[in-house]
Design a protein around this ligand. Structure first.
Ligand code: A2P
Length: 310
């Protein structure tokens, strides 16, 4: 799909992008190059994926002019106190002058005193007892560091020219409402896990009202997804002679989200990009899967103080 969505900055974002989480450097390089050749113009990366250098290299090697591509990267929890510096380091690794979108990866800061190297910054810091070293006071979230302070810094980054837009990721409705209550800028986007078994209706309604673009990660239900084995989806896919993944991607596109399927397999990268007309009754069958299967969340970090998006 080459469709685009307009962001609250006025810029356009290609509605279908390539996710790059959970791949080795070589895999990420090949995937990005394959995707751009197949017509993708939107690549989603993150500092913690540790693939920014190869993503940037693949972008260069593709020969497609920078301004025709939409590139996102994300701020990791160790660098919430200095996002401007973190963005500069990301750009250096990417070999780019700017990104199109910079997101706070999670609403969770880690303690990172004395950190200086990429290896330290791009990690999940642990206490000696193995617990996660959160820079967050659960009993009193107003004390110490929290994501509202991070956003206060991040909201101004577009002024530096190093990112065209800023947003968040893995933020709940409550997290977003805290930013609003603090009188801060409305994030341009919120990237969350989103698929038929995790439709996030409350979050979607809030985002729509506020003009926040929703980006769906793990639209296929992530690794070992039960969706990819679902019989209802299989029957729908067969009737169009497409894959289950394509049904899921087209369902999400039809709901108006930016969709970020991840694949490192060339044939899948190519077929995932192909749109077809998912008819209304099939669209509804996909929407109704949750009534049968129940909600399923695939990514629940053991360190997150926000165990659900509500
Ligand atoms: P792979 O990268 O080995 O091709 P999600 O985007 O929901 O997190 O899902 C990513 C997972 O889905 C990866 O394991 C990816 O495998 C797999 N995947 C991506 N596209 C397809 C497809 N068209 N058919 C089956 N599995 C797919």
């Amino acid at each position: 799909s080459t469709a685009e969505v307009t962001l609250n900055t006025g810029a356009k974002i290609p509605q279908l992008g390539l996710g790059t989480w959970r791949s080795t450097e070589q895999e990420a390089y090949d995937a990005v190059l394959t995707a751009i050749k197949a017509g993708y113009r939107h690549i989603d990366s993150a500092a913690i994926y540790k693939n920014e250098a190869v993503v940037g290299k693949a972008i260069k090697d593709s020969g497609i002019p920078r301004e025709e591509l939409f590139v996102t990267t994300k701020l990791w929890g160790t660098q919430h106190k200095d996002p401007a510096k973190a963005l500069e380091l990301s750009l250096k690794r990417l070999g780019l002058d700017y990104v199109d979108l910079y997101l706070i990866h999670w609403p969770v800061a880690f303690k990172a005193e004395g950190f200086t190297t990429d290896e330290q910054f791009l990690s999940i810091p642990q206490n000696e007892d193995g617990s996660r070293n959160l820079d967050w006071n659960k009993e009193n979230p107003k004390e110490g560091w929290n994501f509202v302070k991070t956003w206060e810094l991040v909201q101004d980054l577009p002024k530096t020219g190093k990112t065209k837009a800023v947003g968040v990721s893995n933020f709940s409705v409550n997290n977003l409402k805290e930013l609003e209550a603090a009188g801060l800028k409305t994030p341009t986007a919120n990237q969350v896990e989103l698929h038929p078994l995790l439709p996030q209706n409350e979050l979607i309604a809030y985002a729509k009202e506020k003009g926040i673009t929703i980006e769906a990660y793990s639209p296929l239900g992530s690794q070992d997804s039960p969706l990819l084995k679902n019989e209802t989806l299989k029957a729908i896919a067969d009737s169009y002679e497409v894959s289950i993944a394509q049904v899921l991607i087209n369902w999400a596109l039809k709901r108006g989200y930016v969709v970020l399927p991840k694949s490192i397999t060339a044939s899948r990268i190519e077929s995932n990009f192909k749109v077809f007309d998912l008819k209304e009754d099939d669209f509804n069958k996909v929407t109704d899967l949750i009534k049968v299967e129940g909600e399923q969340r695939f990514i629940v970090p053991d360190w997150s103080p926000f165990p659900t998006f509500e």
